[in-house]
Structures are given as C-alpha cells and as structure tokens.
Design a protein around this ligand. Structure first.
Ligand SMILES: NC(=O)c1ccc[n+]([C@@H]2O[C@H](COP(=O)([O-])OP(=O)(O)OC[C@H]3O[C@@H](n4cnc5c(N)ncnc54)[C@H](OP(=O)(O)O)[C@@H]3O)[C@@H](O)[C@H]2O)c1
Length: 290
C-alpha cells in the first residue's frame, strides 16, 4: 500500500507523517509539497519527496503516480480551495489512486452558517462523485486556535470577548487528528467511513478562559457580546471582511450546536485517549504567562 501525504510541509501533514512512519516503511510513503527543500530530512530517511501544487494541476500526475491512498488535507483559501481540491481529486483519479482520506471539519453539515463550511460541502460532493473510496475525517475544533491565537491577546487585555455565549465544543489537539489520520492511512477497513475526531470534553470559551487563568497565573475574564457588536469591534480593529465573517459565523455556528459532537474516535483508532486542552496550555505556558 503506497501512501501519499499531500501539502506535506504543513503542521497537520508533518504530524501525520510522524505517526505514519511508526507503522509504514519509508519506501511506502510519498510526501508531496510545493517546497521539496523543507522536507529534505524525510528524503534522507528514505521517504520519496515530490513536488506538487494544487494550483498547478500539471504537477500532480507525476506527484501522485503509483499511489494507492491519498491523504487530502483541506487548504486555507476560502472559495479558491474548491478549485484546488478539485484539481487534486481529478489528478488522483487519473493517477489510479483508489482511496482518498479527506481531512474535513466537524461543522460540515448542510445548514451550518460557518463561512468555512460551503467549500468542504462542495469538496464532499466532488469526492462522492469521484468513484473512489473515501474516508471522511471530520476534525474537531483545533485546541491550538484558542491556546496559541485567541488566549494570549485576551490574557493581555484581561478579557476574552466573543459571541459564543457559553456554547460548547470538543476542542481536539491537532496532533490527535494526525494520529487518527495515520491509523486510517496505515490500515484497511476505513473505506466509506466517516469519523468525527474530537477532544475528550465539551468546553465553552468561558471554561477555556478560566482554565487559562489557572495555568497562566494571570486573571482573565470572559464576556459574550451579540454578533453585530463583535462584528463592529473586529471592523474597528481592521480585521479583513473574510476573516471577520469567519470569526462571527463561527460563534453563530457554535451557539447552534455544530461544535458539540463528542466521540471516542481518538481512543478507538489510536488506542490512547484524546488529550485535554490543559495539556496544550501547559505546553504553551510561557506564551500564556506573557
Ligand atoms: N479544525 C480546525 O479547527 C481547523 C483550524 C484551522 C485550519 N483547519 C484546516 O486544517 C488544514 C490543515 O491545518 P494545518 O494547521 O496543518 O495548516 P498549515 O500548517 O498552515 O498547512 C497548510 C499547508 O497547505 C499546503 N498548501 C498551501 N497551498 C497549497 C497548494 N496550492 N497546493 C498544495 N498544498 C498547498 C502547504 O503545504 P506545502 O507547503 O507542503 O505545499 C501548507 O503547508 C488547514 O488548511 C485548514 O483547512 C482546521
């Protein structure tokens, strides 16, 4: 079974590669990236590293050649990524790939107001129509986002302000998403399956703020505001339209319950429990403690 991991220099891809190489031999692993030099250490370890860019579909047939299974990680650029994903799926079909494992998102449901969801829904449609075997990994809300991006400035200000109003989500370590992906990529029987990959508990941003205050030793409160107030505050702070839309619609979606699935996928597929968000806070204690 030859496994291709694409977008291979990204954080989720690197963590997945680490776990895959614990189970598969380097000769069975191909890393596809726009930046071959960044992955030289893997090439030295016997892994095949190839150039491939979803914006340059002509680069993909050679990148995917000989692969049985492709790990397709969703990209970042809203709207445009549908074309990028389509290029990857079409190239996979042409290259004879049999199985795609798609890193999707927990909120991907018709009717979810999050602005990141429509691109995933479109990608699911393309994958369903591809004729290939597909496994959907609906990755939960990365715990890294609150711990490394939202909390540090909030702790500096002494308050975290958002529109989530005590709604809860099962925040998951990106590394646990990677461990699940590696388990699926290196074993059989996952074709046609969908897995919700979540952390161990449901937490609100008020809960997360209280935990961060304990770990950092710095006081920080939580305040929920309505959508229009949050939107206006972000606009005044110069946040671009698309990012503002993403942030506000995330809160609306969390309030509507789209972050609530709580599963034992990590334990079931990797044999170890998902790690709590406080582990990540401890890991980033210097950042949180200022
Ligand atoms: N669940 C959540 O809460 C959550 C939060 C944020 C993001 N996400 C999703 O999870 C994905 C992975 O997250 P991450 O933290 O690993 O992101 P990341 O570290 O920023 O990695 C993104 C990777 O995308 C690849 N890429 C960019 N443009 C490409 C192109 N034209 N063709 C092929 N690959 C391209 C790059 O790989 P190369 O340089 O190797 O080509 C890059 O390293 C994100 O892209 C996003 O869709 C989920």
């Amino acid at each position: 079974m030859r496994i291709v991991i694409a977008s291979a220099s990204g954080q989720l891809a690197r963590a997945t590669t680490k776990y895959v190489l614990e189970k598969a031999s380097p000769e069975d692993v191909v890393l596809v990236t726009r930046n071959v030099d960044a992955l030289a250490e893997y090439a030295r370890a016997g892994v095949t590293v190839r150039y491939g860019d979803y914006d340059h579909p002509e680069s993909l047939p050679a990148a995917f050649a000989g692969a049985d299974r492709l790990y397709l990680i969703s990209l970042h650029e809203l709207g445009h990524r549908v074309t990028q994903h389509r290029n990857a799926i079409e190239a996979a079909v042409a290259a004879g790939v049999r199985h795609i494992v798609y890193a999707s998102y927990i909120m991907v449901e018709p009717g979810c107001p999050s602005t990141v969801v429509p691109d995933h829904l479109r990608t699911h449609e393309m994958l369903d129509a591809s004729g290939l075997d597909v496994t959907y990994l609906r990755n939960g809300l990365y715990a890294e986002t609150p711990v490394t991006q939202i909390l540090p400035p909030a702790i500096d200000r002494g308050v975290l302000v958002d529109n989530t109003d005590h709604a809860r989500g099962a925040f998951v370590h990106r590394d646990d998403c990677a461990a699940v992906a590696a388990a699926v990529l290196t074993s059989s029987g996952h074709e046609g399956r969908t897995y919700d990959v979540t952390g161990p508990e449901l937490l609100s941003f008020a809960d997360i703020t209280a935990l961060a205050a304990k770990v950092s030793g710095r006081p920080v409160g939580y305040q929920s505001v309505d959508d229009a107030t949050l939107d206006a505050g972000l606009r005044d702070a110069g946040v671009p339209d698309d990012v503002r839309g993403m942030i506000v619609s995330f809160g609306v979606s969390l309030r509507a319950g789209f972050g609530e699935p709580l599963t034992d996928t990590v334990q079931r597929l990797t044999g170890r429990p998902p790690r709590p968000i406080t582990d990540l806070m401890e890991q980033h204690r210097p950042l949180l403690a200022g």
